[in-house]
Design a protein around this ligand. Structure first.
Ligand code: SF4
Ligand code: SF4
Length: 145
């Protein structure tokens, strides 16, 4: 089984984990990134690099076990089978969010920008190598329908 991205990624989505993945199996969605369940080789490189501790091995999910299914479901085709896109690339159109993620309550706070500053996250200019410029806050702020 693959590693799994959990709810902590929602609306953070800085893409840092993609810089560590040797097989490009971490795909951008609208509000979070998702790990492809069969392309992942379980190297564990992404787990330690996530600034919000959103990534876990599937048997270490605790009360977030639903996210194993959520990460897999976004890659299912209309026939129910897992599709294999062959690797995420910067600039690719985001895949559709899982309905549970699309409906996830937006974080509230007196000041999003202040919160982001305190958390050391923000726009893609904070990424070390700039590989994923254009990701991050530009996709944030999506309102729950
Ligand atoms: S465990 Fe390795 S292969 Fe799997 S998503 Fe993380 S970095 Fe990519
Ligand atoms: S490093 Fe963490 S917060 Fe950033 S995109 Fe990856 S899973 Fe989401």
């Amino acid at each position: 089984m693959a590693l799994v991205i959990k709810s902590e990624c929602i609306d953070v989505k800085d893409g840092i984990c993609t810089t560590a993945c040797p097989v490009d199996c971490i795909y951008e969605g609208g509000r979070m990134f998702y790990i492809h369940p069969t392309e992942c080789i379980e190297c564990g490189m992404c787990e330690s690099i996530c600034p919000v501790d959103a990534i876990r091995y599937d048997d270490e999910l605790g009360d977030a076990t639903a996210f194993a299914g959520i990460n897999a479901a976004v890659f299912r085709g209309s026939d129910g089978k897992i599709t294999e896109p062959g690797g995420w690339r910067r600039g690719a159109a985001p895949i559709g969010d899982h309905p549970n993620v699309a409906a996830w309550p937006a974080a509230t706070g007196a000041s999003d920008s202040a919160d982001d500053e305190a958390a050391g996250r923000g726009d893609s200019t904070q990424m070390e190598d700039g590989k994923h410029a254009g990701l991050g806050r530009t996709e944030m702020g999506q309102q729950v329908p």
